[in-house]
Design a binder for this molecule. Structure first.
Ligand code: FES
Length: 110
């Protein structure tokens, strides 16, 4: 795995509809994860960038939550239409998307 330079974690956690914290899956996280898979897998990033679905990352009410390592950049409220911008600007050029950044990760424990 030495060839992997970045990991993209997308929270795809699911909770019951009546759970007070909600969950990322109910807000379209599966579609976001699929969009990352497609965008990464069909680009030059396929050789050095990994994408994984994750369980709860913490800030549930602000999801879907995305975390990019080793950059330590958290995104909240990510929609399918944001994925291409994250891939092109952040993953390829190293410029995080400021408007999507989560400033206080981990504020809500699971
Ligand atoms: S359910 Fe996604 S961050 Fe908690």
């Amino acid at each position: 795995m030495d060839h992997i330079k970045k990991h993209v974690f997308v929270c795809i956690n699911q909770r019951t509809a009546d759970h007070p914290k909600g969950c990322c899956q109910s807000k379209g996280a599966i579609e976001v994860a699929n969009a990352f898979n497609e965008a990464i897998g069909t680009s030059e990033l396929a050789n050095d960038t990994a994408m994984a679905g994750a369980t709860c990352l913490g800030p549930c009410t602000l999801g879907p939550t995305v975390l990019v390592y080793p950059d330590g950049v958290w995104y909240s409220g990510v929609k399918v239409e944001d994925v291409e911008e994250i891939v092109e600007e952040h993953l390829k050029k190293g410029n995080p998307i400021e408007r999507l950044r989560l400033r206080t990760p981990g504020a809500e424990a699971t």
